[in-house]
Ligand binder design. Structure first.
Ligand SMILES: Cc1cc2nc3c(=O)[nH]c(=O)nc-3n(C[C@H](O)[C@H](O)[C@H](O)COP(=O)(O)OP(=O)(O)OC[C@H]3O[C@@H](n4cnc5c(N)ncnc54)[C@H](O)[C@@H]3O)c2cc1C
Length: 299
């Protein structure tokens, strides 16, 4: 039996090919890049693929490398790499973007985790509240973030509520948090952790490792950085974007230009734009959406 070695070396039967130029770490040797979110939360980038790139390149290198398998070698100028990445993004040629992956450690309240987990294309490993005691951490919005129900968006909130109402809401949250002491007490008296946790509110924090490829991260970000997403998950999505942007600056710029800040027009909208006539529908929501787009277009 061979004993496990603490370092990796390729067996003699494997040809180990040295890099053409020195490789550099896209995370500059750090164990993690971390951004705090709200009072108790955080998102940390803990690994990336590619982690090592040729000197003078960024993580965008892996996108270009994959795309050139299909498009041929062509030239290798940096400016042309940029053009290629932007072409791929514009034409939704997504698989080269899947060659880049990021792994995050995220600490977030359960109500955010519920929204996040709907993104099915990631690999997730979550803290087990059956196995361990849930830590004493609860999300409380700042008072100016206690929002009124929006009158136009049934899922959203907008302006802050008055101070008295906000204070009452904070008292309600505090009451919900007070269940924690009883949760601990009952686990000490023998109630199974898997059952005791059911008495905790959705403002309690959980944590997980979340690994996803860049194509699907951009999909996640386009939905969750959007102003229609709940503010609290937007805060995490914006922090995630800040973590990956320096590693894939060219893809990130293309994402901003062609996805995040771009606009999709329906055939009815194109017709209205072309003829200058009203949108041919009586659907109020669709008309409101068209009005918002026209405002952005300055029409
Ligand atoms: C503002 C907002 C409001 C929302 N409101 C609600 C709500 O009220 N109720 C609710 O239930 N959800 C709601 N959601 C969640 C939403 O419906 C999606 O589940 C979530 O955004 C994940 O999107 P996705 O499926 O495209 O992403 P992912 O799961 O990451 O999938 C990415 C893409 O992969 C493909 N894909 C993944 N899995 C499959 C599969 N099994 N079969 C076929 N294709 C697949 C699809 O093309 C998909 O677009 C909301 C989301 C947002 C952003």
């Amino acid at each position: 039996m061979t004993s496990a070695s603490s370092t990796v070396s390729a067996p003699a039967s494997i040809r180990s090919v040295p890099p053409e130029s020195p490789l550099v770490d896209v995370m500059q040797g750090a164990a993690r890049w971390e951004i705090p979110v709200h009072e108790h939360g955080l998102i940390a980038l803990v690994d990336a693929m590619p982690r090592l790139v040729p000197q003078g390149k960024t993580g965008d290198f892996a996108i270009v490398q994959a795309a050139r398998v299909s498009y041929g070698e062509g030239t290798k100028q940096v400016s042309e790499d940029r053009g290629l990445v932007r072409y791929l993004m514009r034409h939704r040629h997504s698989t080269p973007f899947e060659m880049v992956e990021f792994k995050f450690h995220v600490v977030m309240p359960i109500f955010i985790a519920r929204q996040w987990i709907r993104h099915r294309t990631a690999n997730v490993n979550e803290y087990s509240a059956r196995y361990s005691i849930v830590p004493d951490r609860f999300y409380r919005p700042s008072i100016e973030n206690i929002r009124q129900q929006s009158s136009t968006n049934r899922q959203g909130g907008d302006q802050p509520v008055d101070v008295g109402t906000a204070e009452e809401f904070l008292r309600l949250l505090e009451e919900a948090e007070s269940s924690y002491t009883r949760y601990i007490g009952l686990t000490e008296r023998g109630v199974a952790r898997e059952l005791a946790r059911t008495a905790l509110p959705v403002s309690v924090y959980t944590e997980w490792y979340w690994k996803c490829d860049l194509h699907n991260i951009f999909h996640f970000l386009s939905l969750r950085m959007d102003p229609h997403a709940q503010k609290e998950i937007q805060d995490y999505a914006n922090a995630m974007y800040r973590l990956i942007q320096p590693i894939v600056p060219v893809a990130a710029e293309a994402f901003e230009d062609y996805r995040l800040n771009a606009m999709h027009l329906t055939s009815l909208e194109i017709e209205a734009l072309r003829t200058g006539e009203p949108l041919k529908t009586t659907n109020k929501r669709e008309i409101a959406e068209w009005d918002a787009k026209r405002a952005r277009l300055g029409r």
